[in-house]
Design a binder for this molecule. Sequence first.
Ligand code: ME8
Length: 688
Amino acid sequence: MLDSQPKTYYITTPIYYVNGLPHVGSAFTTVSCDVLARYQRLRGRKAWLLTGTDENATKVQEAANKANVPTQQFVDGLAVAYAECWKRLHIDFDDFIRTTEPRHVRAVQEFFSRLRDRGFIYLDAYEGWYSVSDETFYRDSEVADGIAIETGKPVVRTQEQNWFFRLSAFGDRLLSHIQENPDFLLPEFRRNEVIGFIGEGLRDMSITRPYRGWGIQVPGDPANYIYVWFDALINYLAAVGWPDDPNWAEKWPADLHFMGKEIFVRFHATLWPAMLMALDIPLPKQVYAHGWWTVQGAKGGKTGASLPHPTRLTRLLAERSGTTEDLAADALRYLLCREMNYGLDTEFSVENCLRRYNTDLANDLGNLLNRTLNMLVRYCDGVVPAVTSHDPEIAALSLEVQEETARAFTECRLNAALESIWRLVGRMNKYIDEKAPWSLAKAAATGDEAAREALHTVLYACLEVVRLVSILVSPFLPVAADALLAQIGLSDPVAAARWEDLAWVGLTPGTRVSPPQPVFPRIQELTVDEKVLHSLGSANPPAESDPAKEKVNIVSEAVPEASPKPGTPVAPVETMTEAAPPITIDDFMKVQLLIGEVLSAEPVANATKLLRLAVQTGEDETRVILSGIAEYYKPEDLVGKQVVVVANLLPRKMRGIESQGMLLAADVDGRAVLVHPDTVVPPGSRVR
Ligand code: ME8
């Protein structure tokens, strides 16, 4: 291979048992792999993502029997359900392998034959424990009272004439490989579990079962079929064309096998590398195990507590926010990657997802886009200004964030990558507050050239960060990233972007932007009752779900977020501030809010945005209040309306008129919407 053409980055998900529908657990793994593949493409590398379905298991056959559907028909239906679900989540897989496909059966039988030819497989009597649910053999020491201690699943005593794989021959070689390649098994604490497991001594492994009409038959011994794990692992090789396609080594070895922790130690970190060593096939470069989504501390999934079906959860996000299902699918990708603490277990909660949607996507990212574009439209006629200088702090921070994000990607800590990107988003929202472009614009309007240059520098920095953030988040939000870029006047698909495009100053002055359109509108209804949760569950897993027994996904207590709740009153647009630190009730009570009644309203000469209102607040004198709402309200519509007045604000002179207070209004994507009491109350009533 030429140096100038680096090997294709080959990444795999586990292949999922088709004994039930996908859920957010399997979706999380698959989305993470898609994000990692997209990251590699962003780095300019060719990436190849493999996923698929594990169909030869006894538990799959049992599920089909229970559903009273022929097994082949049963697995055909579920394989489509998985592929469809992944497509709806914008998972751009390059291949979808099914273990009932001839290419896989061929590879498995060939692998078996070659091992047998080399003397690594032999026939012997097996007596021991087997769990159908785990599809795993257990030692006596791993079983108590008919239950596998590790998983709590029932085991049966099995006595059979089986083929055995000489796993015991590979312990030392495996340990040396692990020691010599510190990046082989990640995260590090799980590598130590593997070292401990191998250190206890590996025993030869029974790799066949008596044939009962389903599974891959042992070549030359049709009375037995190949143990499903031995079969399943070979999918990673079968998919690249092993053994018949002469080009299989173009993709092999896999760069990353990515999976949940329960299939890491025994299977991916021990059995699989030993199988490959036995045939002198290079080992995968990296094997990574993530933790589980739990529900009340227990693993959620097809056989555990119910986790939502990804498409149903996407629909809930779309319905509650009003965004499209495509953008909601992006949001779910984001939420899964952001909420999971990658190495460890994480409690799954739909309410936490909805809250996170509001704080991160609707508020943080939404506000940055919205404010930036509103200001650009208002102060620069919607055209990217030419600048004489750039803000060095923001340029440096953006570089720091890129480096930090890249490190997190390399370590498969996708939550950390997002945290880092949001550090930049958060800084920009504060930067806008600090720089107060509205004041600079006012000064510029009076001919202050320095203020104009400063205004342009700030606005350019905001836009440039929107551009950079759109590229950085594109592995997570591939559809939304295009929508964000389009609004800042960039129409090239983000899929064509490369890491080099993150260099500061990519935005061309003169580019026309659009008025802001919320990509992730706020969700108002955050509570999720049991009925809704039940409707999100992975219903009808054909075999193992018994609706009568199905556990309801109980939402854990949500951690309060620092950001304001949607709909929190904010001052009119120009003085709007971002999420504030928590305050005490005493702090809040310093603000005197009173109900006022509008007695009269009129435009202010030469000020297109201002209305002059006379407001009765139960005090001796009527207050004169200037409010920047002329674009949204006709004066005559306001007369007689009750409003909320900030009464103890220092008076402020505008256009020669003193304003004695301020009206509360919600900022709805840049539009001011006045707050009214929901019934008529005496003017002067205190609001608290
Ligand atoms: O094990 N939290 O298939 P499987 C996070 N066929 N991830 C979860 C999860 C949870 N609660 N539940 C499932 C098999 N997953 C075998 C694999 S590979 C050669 C054969 C994800 O359908 C996670 O990635 O039980 C886990 O490892 C995988 O689904 C198990 O899927």
